[in-house]
Design a protein around this ligand. Structure first.
Ligand SMILES: *[C@@H]1O[C@H](CO)[C@@H](O)[C@H](O)[C@H]1NC(C)=O
Ligand SMILES: *[C@@H]1O[C@H](CO)[C@@H](O)[C@H](O)[C@H]1NC(C)=O
Ligand SMILES: *[C@@H]1O[C@H](CO)[C@@H](O)[C@H](O)[C@H]1NC(C)=O
Ligand SMILES: *[C@@H]1O[C@H](CO)[C@@H](O)[C@H](O)[C@H]1NC(C)=O
Ligand SMILES: *[C@@H]1O[C@H](CO)[C@@H](O)[C@H](O)[C@H]1NC(C)=O
Ligand SMILES: *[C@@H]1O[C@H](CO)[C@@H](O)[C@H](O)[C@H]1NC(C)=O
Length: 476
């Protein structure tokens, strides 16, 4: 841990006492000057600006879309001259969608809130993602995410736990009533980008997914508090999609959908683009999501998913822990998945794999495109208040193989019907060791004690160090 010193802007309150007709307290709020501060980041910047330099008004009502756009467009001129940071000071900064630039840091101070506009004209339209072939909510285009970037290098969104509020409820209503003609905006999306840091922020109420890096590499997502109502539609927390070298650490997520979902495109479109999600490490995640997974792999996995490592993760009420979802027509693979150290409380399924998820972009999927699921390792798990230990369902003629489960203690919930078996396995093959309750016969117990594999090497992204960067106020 770096030691951080954050000094925030301050408000000066002057009490003046008038003697005429009793006392009147007058409290004058002065526009604060920003003090200097330090923060951890993968890269520091030579140039700085404050959002208010561009005419922004932090009253929660005035649209600041122009201010964000002109600030970032101005600062983009420093991309090849040491880069620039834009400081968002305390206040409520209403804005529509805006685009980031390279060698750039967006820094939200404590008590800075970026509020997403609910005016649809503030959201430009983007083409559908090539690996999906259609929008998730509607077949045609999609709205740009609140914070968007494409073809960038070295981009940082961070702060001293400032907030980005997607004001999602109006979008959720429109989605539920089938009113949407375009797919809802994500909160943060970066496409075709390299060297990304998203950290130390509170993200609330995204219209749909919160953090979506796609076709990108060398990504660190850490220290986020992500909050959405547990009944909000598709509010996935962090979704690495067709992305490589991803480190997701120390995040706390409460969501209406998967806390983390690793994806790589949908059926024939994902197969054609062929970009896997790979070399991903997730550690120290805490997740609450009663109707979804703590970590989902898929269901869109048609570019392949491989080398995913998850360790030291905690679920407090989820539907499942690490869930693999796929279907006939997806093609590609989910392989070399390693999970070590899960502490789970209250869930329907500890181990859940589904080969019949269905859900296709259109009728053009290839029924011969079978996903290959193999090399799935889980070890060191304790779980309480569980309805089913495992539901492992491969595909007939396409079994999920190389499943390993070791050192697992599951306490079944008292309410569950005694007639229902804790494990139900079909079309899978693997082994188990030291697992209670005793697994299904498709995971035979190894006589000699066995620990399921977990890599001992480090991913390159784990070696990336944070520097101590600073903002120096010119006012003092
Ligand atoms: C952001 O970038 C996208 C893609 O390049 C573009 O379509 C959109 O108009 C840009 N938005 C703004 C506000 O410049
Ligand atoms: C962004 O990168 C992708 C992939 O390299 C490329 O196809 C696309 O044309 C680029 N877009 C822009 C706006 O440069
Ligand atoms: C950030 O703010 C959220 C929401 O107020 C809070 O729950 C969380 O503990 C804060 N995180 C840090 C590191 O201060
Ligand atoms: C078994 O798993 C628990 C955590 O659930 C861990 O504390 C313990 O060290 C593991 N035992 C072995 C032999 O790895
Ligand atoms: C156990 O799980 C059930 C749901 O299956 C939940 O209603 C109950 O509160 C949980 N009990 C404890 C002690 O967590
Ligand atoms: C086990 O799972 C299979 C496949 O999902 C299902 O058809 C079957 O009914 C289940 N068996 C039990 C005993 O629940």
């Amino acid at each position: 841990m770096e030691s951080l010193t954050f000094q925030n802007s301050y408000i000066i309150c002057v009490i003046s006492v008038a003697v005429i007709l009793g006392s009147l307290a007058e409290c004058r709020v002065q526009t604060s000057k920003l003090a200097s501060f330090d923060y951890p980041a993968i890269n520091c910047r030579k140039h700085s600006a404050v959002l208010t330099d561009f005419g922004a008004v932090g009253d929660g009502k005035t649209s600041n879309t122009k201010a964000f756009n002109s600030a970032i467009s101005k600062l983009s001129q420093y991309s090849n001259d040491g880069g620039a940071q834009l400081i968002v000071p305390p206040g409520k900064w209403l804005t529509g969608s805006f685009n980031l630039t390279s060698h750039f840091t967006l820094f939200l101070q404590k008590d800075a809130v970026i509020l997403a506009s609910q005016d649809e004209s503030e959201w430009p339209q983007l083409p559908i993602l090539p690996s999906y072939g259609r929008g998730r909510d509607a077949p045609k285009g999609r709205y740009s995410s609140l914070i968007f970037g494409t073809n960038l290098t070295d981009v940082i969104i961070t702060g001293n736990n400032g907030t980005i509020d997607g004001q999602g409820s109006s979008w959720w209503k429109k989605f539920k009533s089938g009113e949407l003609k375009l797919t809802r905006p994500y909160m943060i999306e970066l496409m075709y980008s390299d060297q990304i840091q998203i950290s130390h922020l509170t993200l609330i109420n995204s219209p749909t997914w919160f953090v979506h890096p796609i076709y990108s590499s060398n990504i660190i997502v850490n220290g986020l508090t992500i909050l959405a109502p547990v009944d909000s539609p598709n509010t996935d927390g962090i979704n690495p999609d067709s992305s490589t070298n991803v480190r997701i650490e120390d995040n706390y997520i409460v969501s209406g959908d998967d806390c983390i979902a690793i994806k790589s495109g949908w059926d024939e479109y994902g197969i054609k683009v062929g970009k896997p999600s790979q070399h991903i490490i997730i550690r120290r995640l805490t997740c609450i999501s009663p109707d979804s997974a703590m970590i989902a792999l898929g269901s869109e996995m048609s570019g392949g998913i491989q080398d995913v490592r998850a360790e030291d993760i905690t679920a407090i009420t989820t539907e499942s822990a690490v869930r693999i979802k796929s279907a006939i027509g997806r093609g590609a693979f989910v392989k070399d998945i390693f999970v070590k150290g899960m502490n789970l409380n209250t869930m329907k399924y500890v181990f859940w794999m589904t080969g019949t998820y269905g859900d296709h972009p259109d009728k053009g999927f290839d029924p011969r495109a079978l996903p290959k699921v193999s090399g799935i390792n889980y070890r060191d798990v304790t779980a309480k208040n569980v309805t089913f230990a495992g539901k492992l369902e491969g595909i007939s003629n396409d079994p999920f193989t190389g499943i390993c489960v070791s050192n697992v203690t599951i306490e079944m919930s008292e309410q569950r019907s005694k007639k229902k078996l804790p494990w139900n396995c079909t079309d899978v093959a693997g082994v188990s060791s030291n697992v209670s309750p005793q697994p299904c016969e498709l995971l035979p117990v190894k006589k000699d004690k066995l620990d399921c594999a977990y890599p001992t090497d480090k991913l390159p992204i784990e070696n990336v160090q944070f520097k101590s960067c600073s903002f120096k106020s010119s006012a003092f």
